[in-house]
Design a binder for this molecule. Structure first.
Ligand code: CP
Length: 308
């Protein structure tokens, strides 16, 4: 069973094949309407369950469109509408769904829900985000970097702000794809030690630098993510804003990076907070390519999961 649960749990050769496969599929579709089917229809006669226990725009739409392009069908399920949200165990849910569908993508809060789903499902399970990691996003980001600048191996990525779940998957990717990473943000929001040590153990240079200007020196890629989640209350938002303000990605900060450094943000963004519109809409920003590449990267992930 090939689950796609996290980048560090997936063989680097397989990750590389998925990125290459995604690029090949993207090229093959150039100029076609979004809804046109791919030439081969690897998901013909297959059904994919898309389970969302949290809101989503990109993940929901890109998985749905990707499955359709590959000739399959999707079923979008919200956690609260399922018996899963009313006491049925994850194990039973996984075993039941495995009798109906060929693949399960789940976005959930606690990563143990994901891992338990994978333990009990007889079909592949894909991590569509948990509170700890977001591997599909980072596969799209690696693809995007390499489309614009070539191999990411040996490059310097700077993560600004909150060492959150997306940052964690970037750290996993550093170890698997062989790039270096600097985190710049307040100490309260450092990434988990475990993610840092794992990347270091694979040979990546991982640094923490509290001074944002120093951190971005020599950066090939600068990444920002939202400072607040929709669940944060007003006082929490203010506290986080005060803590994170020195880490905003703006023209001044980007002037310390390499002149051709790319800017990424997985979206959704709070413009003028974690990054200014000048940077988000500027010539070095690839934020909408990242969003598009969710589609292509996830198609490659689904093919890999199903051995297609
Ligand atoms: N980046 C991302 O996962 O977007 P959504 O939350 O809209 O799916």
């Amino acid at each position: 069973m090939k689950h796609f649960l996290d980048i560090h749990k997936t063989d680097p050769d397989d990750l590389r094949r998925m990125i290459d496969d995604a690029g090949r599929m993207k090229q093959a579709r150039l100029g076609r309407p979004r809804g046109a089917p791919d030439d081969d229809l690897p998901l013909a006669d297959r059904v994919v369950a898309l389970i969302f226990e949290k809101p989503s725009t990109r993940t929901r739409v890109s998985f749905d469109v990707g499955v359709r392009q590959m000739g399959g069908q999707t079923m979008a399920l919200s956690g609260s509408d399922m018996q899963l949200g009313h006491g049925e165990t994850i194990a039973d849910t996984a075993r039941v769904l495995s009798r109906y569908v060929d693949l399960i993508m789940i976005r959930t809060f606690d990563e143990t829900v994901l891992t338990e789903m994978a333990d009990y499902a007889d079909v592949p399970v894909i991590n569509g985000l948990t509170d700890r990691t977001h591997p599909c996003q980072i596969m799209a980001d690696i693809m995007t970097y390499e489309e614009h600048r070539g191999p990411i191996a040996g490059k310097k990525v700077v993560w600004t702000g909150d060492g959150n779940n997306v940052c964690a998957s970037f750290l996993h990717a550093a170890g698997q794809f062989g790039f270096d990473m600097t985190f710049t943000g307040p100490a309260q929001l450092d990434p988990e030690r475990e993610f840092i040590e794992l990347a270091r153990s694979k040979g990546s240079r991982i640094e923490i630098e509290r001074n944002a200007e120093k951190a971005v020196q020599g950066a090939d890629l600068v990444v920002a993510d939202t400072w607040v989640s929709m669940h944060d209350g007003q006082s929490s938002r203010e506290r986080r804003h005060n803590m994170l303000r020195p880490y905003q990605v703006n023209a001044h900060l980007m002037s310390h990076a390499k002149p051709d450094a790319l800017f990424m943000h997985c979206l959704p963004a709070h413009r003028e907070e974690e990054a200014t519109s000048e940077i988000m809409d500027g010539p070095n920003s690839v934020i909408f390519d990242e969003a598009e590449n969710r589609l292509h990267a996830q198609k490659a992930i689904m093919r890999w999961c199903l051995g297609l």
